[in-house]
Design a protein around this ligand. Structure first.
Ligand SMILES: [Zn+2]
Length: 219
């Protein structure tokens, strides 16, 4: 089984690539945010624990996040996996690595390499489809609000923009968080220049996935 791990700052295009991989390969999307929202909605023990931390304004501890994610993984079927927003810490990366080893999962790690200026202009240009949730870039994808979505035909809408200050803060946090993770994965990380049209980035990912298949056949 294959797993794709996407690392990238908020706004670097992880969500778009995740959606494409899920659509084309029928992968399961693994997003910490989604899992947490699910647990809270279903009022599970995990959900209640998370709410207690959030009520105190505290971050959910690493081991609780891992337990939630791995518990989710044990409940889903054996399709490929794409990780969007996990791991966020060195501990999570180490736990995920053991998980892959134990289950003989081939993990591929990608880093979307974008500068803050790239993200800034991308967010300003961001439009999305309310029908299929695909996010587009007005200039790169040559789309305007109101025109039909190239994927599903629904009218494209303007996405609520984050303020630049919030964005800058999230970008800085990401840079701090990702360094130890990159150190842990070392040369396993495939760096993908991210400031390009989504389809080009996607082709890069597919190419690497195919190379790795050949690698593992030859070894
Ligand atoms: Zn659409």
């Amino acid at each position: 089984m294959d797993a794709v791990v996407l690392l990238g700052a908020p706004g670097s295009g992880k969500g778009t690539q995740t959606a494409k991989l899920c659509e084309e390969f029928n992968y399961n999307r693994v997003s910490t945010g989604d899992i947490i929202r699910f647990e809270i909605r279903e009022r599970t023990l995990f959900g209640k624990t998370v709410e207690e931390y959030q009520a105190k304004g505290l971050l959910v501890p690493d081991d609780t996040v891992c337990e939630m994610v791995f518990s989710y993984l044990s409940r889903i079927d054996g399709r490929g996996l794409v990780f969007d927003g996990f791991p966020r810490t060195l501990f999570q990366a180490q736990m995920l690595d053991s998980f892959f080893c134990e289950r003989d999962i081939r993990g591929l790690v990608f880093l979307f390499d974008v500068t803050f200026e790239n993200i800034e202009s991308r967010i300003v240009n961001r439009v999305s489809c309310p029908g299929c949730n695909t996010v587009f870039n007005r200039s790169l994808d040559r789309l305007e609000a109101g025109v039909p979505c190239p994927r599903c035909g629904t009218g494209i809408g303007v996405r609520q923009d984050d303020t630049i200050e919030v964005l800058r803060n999230r970008y800085d946090i990401f840079r701090r968080e990702v360094d130890p993770i990159l150190g842990f994965y070392g040369r396993k990380v495939h760096v993908i220049p991210g400031n390009r049209p989504a389809d080009e980035v996607y082709l890069d990912i597919i190419k690497q996935m195919n190379f790795s298949v050949l690698d593992s056949l030859n070894s």
